[in-house]
Design a protein around this ligand. Structure first.
Ligand SMILES: O=P(O)(O)OC[C@@H](O)[C@@H](O)c1c[nH]c2ccccc12
Length: 321
């Protein structure tokens, strides 16, 4: 059986990377999960940027995950997981209640651009502090190699009794990861438009719908925003102020993209999340005025001695549930 991507490739005679390039996607796939990185680089050259490097490692990691936990088993455990919590609904309600963008607080130990953000990192303690201080939802980094996260952290936070809906912050390239995230307790998954073709996004959205997961679709530029707005069934769009290819952070990115597309977004009832590089109440007000209903924040909270208390500092007031 061919999957949707393979079918399109077979019908058009184009490779996955040709199709992606036609959509303006710069990230290539090696599609050789059993090969060594040296062999892959001999064929394709070195990865062109950090995001491409992460994706190349992820393709190999997913193949290893599949070998350990076959797809049918993971689908079965996803089916047995307790029901999802409403990620979209929690953001909309918190925004209304507090009059400031709803907070998705990120459980983030490290990142490739900033290194280790917090020594003595206790994911459950941080998650509970965020929840106590009014975060609407939490984002749990699961990538191990570049962010020092884990699926175990996601599972631990869920099992510790945290009630906020949880976003699995992963570099999704394969449906196996979506079922796995659900099996580990996720209520939402991130899909990155810089990495995924339109067909990938549509296919993954169907799987999310079937599992009751919310998809947060991340865009960084005009082209990605246009692609995502042309896809039916999108509920949540994240505008990343940080380029995952260059690490450059620019909060005016949110403003520029919403000036152009805000009307279309509102018409469709899509909520926008302002992501990355937010440190002060002024930063939050700036993206709020640009039109976001929620913000995704990691570094500025996780770096403080008390990440829960840091929330009131970020918003200039206490948030309530
Ligand atoms: O730590 P910051 O600058 O507050 O950013 C949080 C979040 O936006 C960032 O971690 C992020 C946004 N999109 C991503 C995709 C993959 C990994 C990480 C991210």
């Amino acid at each position: 059986m061919l999957n949707a991507v393979e079918l399109e490739q077979w019908e058009s005679g184009k490779s996955v990377n040709d199709i992606a390039a036609c959509q303006g996607i710069r990230i290539r796939r090696h599609c050789r999960p059993a090969a060594s990185m040296a062999e892959i680089e001999a064929e394709m050259g070195a990865p062109r940027n950090i995001l491409e490097k992460i994706i190349w490692d992820k393709e190999i990691e997913v193949a290893q995950g599949l070998a350990r936990s076959p797809l049918n088993e993971v689908i079965e455990s996803a089916g047995k997981a307790p029901p999802t919590r409403d990620f979209y609904g929690a953001l909309a309600a918190a925004h209304k209640r507090n009059g400031v963008p709803a907070l998705i607080a990120e459980v983030k130990k490290a990142s490739p651009s900033r290194g280790v953000l917090r020594e003595n990192f206790d994911p459950v303690e941080i998650a509970q502090a965020y929840e106590k201080h009014g975060a609407a939802c939490l984002s749990i980094l699961t990538d191990e190699k570049y962010f020092q996260g884990s699926f175990e952290n996601l599972q631990k936070v869920r099992k510790a009794g945290v009630k906020c809906p949880l976003l699995c912050k992963e570099f999704v390239v394969d449906k196996w990861q979506i079922y796995y995230a659900r099996a580990m307790g996720a209520d939402a998954v991130l899909l990155i438009a810089a990495v995924l073709t339109d067909l990938d996004i549509k296919y993954f959205l169907r799987i999310c719908k079937e599992l009751g997961l919310t998809a947060l679709i991340e865009v960084h530029d005009e082209r990605e925003m246009e692609r995502v707005l042309a896809i039916n069934g999108v509920q949540l769009i994240g505008i990343n102020n940080r380029s995952l290819e260059t690490f450059i952070v620019d909060t005016s990115n949110t403003k520029t993209l919403l000036e152009k597309h805000g009307d279309a977004i509102r018409e469709k009832g899509i909520l926008v999340v302002g992501e990355s590089g937010l440190f002060t109440p002024d930063d939050v007000a700036y993206v709020q005025n640009a039109g976001v209903s929620a913000v995704l924040v990691g570094e500025s909270l996780v770096k403080q001695a008390d990440p829960g208390q840091a929330i009131a500092g970020l918003f200039g007031k206490e948030l309530v549930h």
